[in-house]
Design a protein around this ligand. Structure first.
Ligand code: GLU
Length: 494
């Protein structure tokens, strides 16, 4: 079966959600292959499965598809669990590891053989290659027709290596009422007798997925639409086991992949990073990524800010869009800015303190948070904005700040120092009243005092409100920073 032929399957309007009348409680699963980090697409698949289960009062399970022994790593498994728990998407039960279930997969293959739904195929690599070459020569798509499909057991060569193939139906068609894609139909002649067990006896991905989904009681398979073609093959196994043991088909929801802002398939260039990079490098909060991923391909009217509980209440798979969604980093950062403003100050302070390498005073950071967090879109910006609080004298000045501190400005700072040194009440209100009065007396705008003051106190030309800065630094440190600049000749420090 060429995947292209299945991709051309007819698709029509989305069908309704849920399993009306089904007695089975909803069970969803997220089944990552631990060959790399938890990427943004995987995280969204996990999120949709989690939401679907929560919305329907069902269960959400995890399965680690670690059968590719060469490419599966402990580090990747760790990163995936870590990313999921950071997003609050841990499974409801202990995760299932696929590789540990190999024997069970093989048992199902044996049952399929016994019931005549699968067979031992002794074709050699050379024979397969010859079939393929012939198809190519005749310019027809390659469909495997194994001479062993209908051979009886008596003719099996005892010592030769063999694979186990499904005896896929040849007539009729298979229809999936996909919860996202709508009705998708494939003619059964397009589905070849694919391999269930390799010649070394190990199960293929196709078999393992189906057996595990069944044994885990999965009712809804929600995953990337790159697996839509696989669903038709998987149904061949499920239907065969249905005939033997009454296995039921799950419902499918194949979610379109995520593309970059330019419409091309998401790559690293677009920000297709691991979830850990969003946390560690980009300084994104989990609730912001949660909200962003939710809105990526699913919507509830024009609502942009959708918190966790609200998402559980509103989520339905029928409103997942059929076309790929576009990843937009700026949008994620804006959402993150929103969630930072909402976040608890103590929590933000400890996140920022971690970024500052443990040198920060948590109490001061927490007190500063209300004025810092409104000015930042991510934890990096927040840490940058907080740095002045912990700077040591003499403060390093940005180029702009240094340019501001002209001789005149330093002279004015001298007066400000004198003035503030008299200040009895070191509060925002009183400092503001006092500096305004001073500017008025001098006949200059407040900015003429505030700008050099900001440069002296923070080393920068932008910062939270200058009176907030004075209060956060406190009388002693503020006066010391001002004095340090008054004592420095203009232009001598950058
Ligand atoms: N392990 C597969 C993947 O990571 C997912 C399989 C499935 O969801 O059925 O792409």
């Amino acid at each position: 079966m060429a995947s292209g032929s299945l991709a051309e399957a007819t698709q029509s309007g989305a069908s309704a959600d849920a399993r009306p009348g089904s007695a089975r409680p909803v069970v969803t699963r997220f089944a990552p292959s631990p060959t790399g980090f938890l990427h943004i697409g995987g995280a969204r698949t996990a999120l949709f499965n989690w939401l679907y289960a929560r919305h329907h009062g069902g269960k959400y399970l995890l399965r680690v598809e670690d059968t590719d022994r060469a490419r599966s790593t402990e580090a990747a498994i760790g990163a995936i669990f870590d990313g999921l728990s950071w997003l609050g998407l841990e499974g409801d039960e202990e995760a299932v590891f696929q590789f540990a279930r190999t024997e069970r997969h093989a048992e199902v293959a044996r049952k399929l053989i016994e019931a005549g739904h699968a067979y031992r195929c002794y074709m050699t690599q050379e024979e397969l290659a010859a079939h393929r070459a012939k198809a190519q020569e005749e310019r027809r798509p390659f469909r495997l027709v194994s001479p062993w499909r209908d051979a009886d057991e008596g003719s099996w060569p005892a010592a030769e290596p063999f694979v186990v193939r499904i005896k896929a139906p040849r007539e009729g068609e298979t229809v999936i009422e996909d919860l996202v894609q709508g009705t998708v139909t494939v003619r059964n002649e397009e589905i070849d007798d694919f391999v269930l067990l390799r010649s070394d006896g190990t199960p293929t991905y196709m078999l393992a997925v189906v057996v595990d989904d069944h044994d885990m009681g999965v009712t809804h398979v929600i995953r990337g639409d790159d697996h839509l073609n696989n669903a038709f093959r998987q149904l061949a196994i499920i239907d065969a086991m249905g005939a033997i043991e009454g296995w039921e088909r799950p419902l499918y929801g194949h979610v379109p992949l995520i593309h970059g802002a330019d419409g091309a398939k998401l790559s690293k260039r677009h920000g297709a990073l691991g979830v850990d990079s969003y946390r560690d490098e980009l300084g994104i909060l989990p609730e912001a990524l949660f909200n962003y991923l939710l809105r990526l391909g699913w919507g509830h009217g024009d609502d942009e800010i959708i918190a966790r509980e609200q998402a559980v209440e509103w989520f339905d798979i029928a409103h997942v869009g059929k076309s790929p969604s576009r990843f937009d980093l700026a949008k994620l950062q804006n959402l993150n800015g929103h969630y930072m403003r909402e976040a608890d100050d103590g929590r933000l302070a400890s996140l920022v303190a971690q970024r500052m390498g443990g040198t920060a005073n948590l109490d001061l950071l927490t007190r500063a948070m209300p004025v810092l967090k409104v000015r930042a879109r991510d934890l990096n910006e927040l840490a940058e904005g907080a740095a002045f609080l912990f700077a040591t004298r003499p403060l390093p000045l940005t180029e702009k700040a240094a340019a501001l501190l002209t001789e005149d400005a330093r002279a004015r700072l001298g007066s400000v120092h004198e003035h503030l040194a008299q200040e009895a009440d070191w509060t925002v209100e009183s400092l503001e009243g006092s500096l305004k009065a001073m500017a008025e007396t001098l006949g200059i705008g407040l900015g003429k005092l505030a700008q050099p003051l900001r440069a002296a106190l923070t080393g920068q030309t932008t910062s939270p409100g200058i009176f907030d800065v004075l209060v956060l630094l406190g009388r002693e440190e503020s006066l010391a920073r001002i004095a340090a600049q008054v004592a420095t000749p203009a232009g001598s420090q950058v």
